[in-house]
Write a protein that binds this ligand. Structure first.
Ligand code: F6R
Length: 605
């Protein structure tokens, strides 16, 4: 949700800032803005639109200097427009601010500032920060920012510059910010992926911290107290990982990366035993855990639903799953014997982060399954499993989902092992082999062209059902979500048997129904559900086990997936659903990596 990028060094800032926000554009893409500092003056350019559409209007000559801040917006307060685009300026035009987050008390502050004579020129909550800093400014910009932030309620990651100071101030409360530490140059970014091409040395700011950056040095301060010593971390990501590598979209690249990303999730963690190092969570505790509560949002929540099935099955621990946005406000019943598992690709989702805090407040132990190393959630949990899927830039989550599933299998097997339950050896061996199975699927041209043909036939249909049972019901939800978010087609996922309780009313010849119908599980029941749809003229597309001839008779179209242990089928079933959504969206000409209204990382409630 909004991307912030800042540069302070010896190079010309404009191209570095443009590239920085281009890389952060997955966080929001309704408007773009830059402010630079040169010769005691602030230069600003801002526009509604995407970086690629308006880059030519940000001429380097109009944005001189070696220090600057930039922003790509996902609007919360005020429609996408030139005047609401960041940076926002103080009345005298000397202070420029970019912001990610929500200032909850902005209307009160705005009234107060207007009474004092401040004139506002946007509808955003952010603009109050610029004016508030101006009202406190007495020659020291760090001091003014610190004083202003004491009066601000809500969430923010901000970067600020002042015409008379060759320095950049950054501050964080609830919205991520990372400092990139180069040689005589420094970067501020909402996300480490945008600094990795410049430096691998980073400092993660924590809530309540602010940083003062000059071309020669940086210092981090606590909002209330003095200087803080911060650890410098080294990024493991490589710059190639954040490029499209010849693919038309990041989403396709990330789908194709799944054999490798899954290999990375599993590497070193699975041979004849499962090895997890959950540093802050003692094994003795895990061996006695009474109940597991999984909480997450969106696709990560779908992974959590699969997790419930497999943890209950293998480890025999009662497991519940809740949306993080519900969990955080419903006063959940938790005890010190409960384990809360949070799942998040970005590690920055506001509701999931709040759920971590709520669980900790109630005395539960919190385990994170996270992709982004060093993210807020990763740093806040007691222990966790990094999925090591590499940067996921396409807004629709793909490789993170399969990585989360693999991590949940590892956790389920590990818990079973600790509790002396029989750990299923064939399942473990097959999980080990899953990256290879998926590699073959993605290299199989017949498999890909079967999906493309279905996409060609059905891409204009306005509604879809996705039906699955048991461990594949969450996969139905995930398939429907993928289609909705990138193709703007209405799609719903249901447990197949629930169809009779209402949704069946919508079945007719215009309704494609995608059944997840592998052999095993409730296969016979699914066949009956397919008959029910066929007898109402619905179009049946089945994801079925390789070699299933019966399914070829029952369904209008069949996509065959490899025959793996039933519990592992979500890992193979989701692949054709990701591809189907992709090809349909592409045929409809949709902006696959930047779907309307969406942002990759939801850092506001
Ligand atoms: C869907 C998608 C979202 C995220 C959700 C949680 O494709 O990407 O539904 O899964 O916003 O995000 P994380 O996992 O970063 O907490």
């Amino acid at each position: 949700m909004c991307g912030i990028f800042g540069y302070c060094g010896r190079r010309v800032a404009q191209p570095i800032l443009m590239e920085g926000i281009r890389r952060l554009e997955y966080r929001g893409y309704d408007s773009v803005g830059i402010a630079t500092l040169s010769g005691g003056r602030v230069f600003v350019a801002k526009k509604k639109g995407k970086v690629s559409e308006i880059a030519h209007q940000f001429a380097p000559a109009a944005l001189p200097g070696t220090l600057g801040i930039a922003h790509t917006r996902w609007s919360t307060h005020g429609i996408p427009s030139d005047r609401n685009a960041h940076p926002h300026l103080s009345c005298d035009g000397k202070i420029a601010v970019v912001h990610n987050g929500i200032i909850e008390n902005f209307s009160g502050l705005r009234e107060l500032l207007e009474e004092k004579g401040h004139r506002f020129s946007s509808d955003t909550d952010t603009e109050v920060i610029a004016h508030l800093i101006e009202s406190f400014y007495q020659g020291n910009i760090l001091d003014a920012v610190r004083k202003a932030l004491k009066g601000v309620e809500g969430t923010y990651g901000i970067a600020v510059l002042h015409a008379h100071h060759e320095e950049l101030i950054a501050a964080r409360n609830g919205s991520p910010l990372v400092l990139g530490i180069g040689t005589e140059e420094f970067f501020v970014s909402s996300d480490a992926s945008a600094v990795v091409e410049h430096t691998k040395k980073v400092v993660y700011l924590d809530d309540g911290e602010l940083a003062q950056i000059t071309p020669r040095s940086y210092h981090v301060f606590d909002l209330k107290k003095g200087v803080k010593e911060k650890e410098v971390s080294t990024l493991a990501w490589d710059v190639q990982e954040i490029e499209k590598k010849g693919y038309k979209h990041f989403m396709m690249k990330e789908i194709m990366e799944q054999p490798e990303s899954l290999q990375n999730t599993l590497r070193g963690r699975l041979d004849k035993d499962v090895r997890l190092s959950l540093s802050g969570i003692p094994r003795e505790f895990l061996a006695r855990v009474q109940r597991i509560m999984i909480t997450a949002c969106g696709t990560s929540w779908h992974a959590g639903l699969v997790g419930k099935h497999i943890i209950e099955k293998y480890a025999g621990i009662v497991t519940e799953v809740d949306y993080a946005s519900e969990f955080r406000y419903r006063d959940p019943l938790l005890t010190a014997r409960d384990l809360v598992v949070v799942i998040s690709q970005s590690g920055e989702t506001a509701d999931t982060l709040a759920a971590v805090k709520e669980a900790k407040r109630k005395g539960a132990t919190v385990l994170g399954i996270v992709n982004v190393v060093g993210s807020s959630i990763a740093r806040d949990v007691h222990g966790g499993i990094y999925i090591h899927a590499g940067p996921e830039i396409g807004v629709a989550s793909t490789k993170a989902f399969t990585g989360q599933l693999a991590a949940l299998f590892l956790l389920a097997f590990y818990l079973a092992q600790l509790r002396s339950k029989p750990v299923p050896r064939p399942g473990m061996r097959q999980l080990q082999n899953i990256p290879e199975v998926i590699r073959k699927m993605l290299a199989d041209t017949a498999f890909i062209s079967a999906i493309q043909k279905i996409a060609e036939k059905f891409h204009a249909y306005p509604n879809y059902y996705y039906l699955g049972r048991g461990v594949n019901f969450p996969v139905a939800l995930e398939g429907a979500l993928k289609l909705k978010e990138i193709s703007y087609i209405h799609a719903e996922g249901y447990p197949a048997a629930e169809m009779k309780h209402g949704p069946i009313a919508l079945i007719d010849e215009n309704m494609p129904v995608i059944f997840i119908a592998n052999r095993g599980g409730a296969y016979e029941k699914i066949i009956s559900n397919i008959e029910e749809v066929r007898s109402r003229k619905g179009k049946v597309i089945a994801i079925a086990t390789a070699g299933d001839k019966l399914m070829s008779q029952k369904a209008d179209f069949v996509i065959h997936v490899p025959d793996v242990e039933y519990e592992l089928t979500p890992l193979v079933n989701v692949i054709p659903l990701q591809l189907l959504a992709y090809y349909i969206a592409d045929l409809r000409g949709c902006a696959i990596d930047q779907p309307r209204n969406l942002a990759k990382s939801v850092t506001v409630e």
